[in-house]
Design a protein around this ligand. Sequence first.
Ligand code: SF4
Length: 183
Amino acid sequence: MNINATLVNLYHVCKRECWLHANGVRMEHTSEVVYDGKLLHEISYPQRAEKHTEIELSARLSPKSKNGKEITLYGKIDFYDARNKIIHETKRSDKVENAHEWQVKYYLWLLKLNGIDHVSAILEYPLIRHTSHLDLRETDEQYLEEVVIKVAELKDGEECPPVIHTKICKSCSYYELCYVDEE
Ligand code: SF4
């Protein structure tokens, strides 16, 4: 069972969206979550390109999920400043900032699971001039371990979770799919 940062992010936005994405249902890319933060970062911070590297990481998680399948964690960090041990993650809007924070903390955890400790992160919203500084706490690691197990169980579940009826639905790529019977 593979889990990645997008699923961790979506789990905090909407369980239904997480399930749809995890099960390969893809709609047009209009969603806030899937907006290309990498492109926005390159446009907003062109001077940083040489200092940052892209890294891909993976780690096996023990304990396993309740269904007995081993969980493998994956993550691709677009902008890692190895010299200063800082991840830069760029987003368009802070409407789902909590989900963004857990995505970034997942990267920090994945780095730690790969032996790269004491990394911090900067979550940047250049369009609204907002920045958050994040570190990984011990309680975050425990929480993330619980979350990835729950995401694995959600992904494996046969039933798609219900529509959540919140403001975020309007900017979600699955909006038409979720509200087709209500229009
Ligand atoms: S439209 Fe709303 S309920 Fe449907 S997947 Fe998106 S956020 Fe979830």
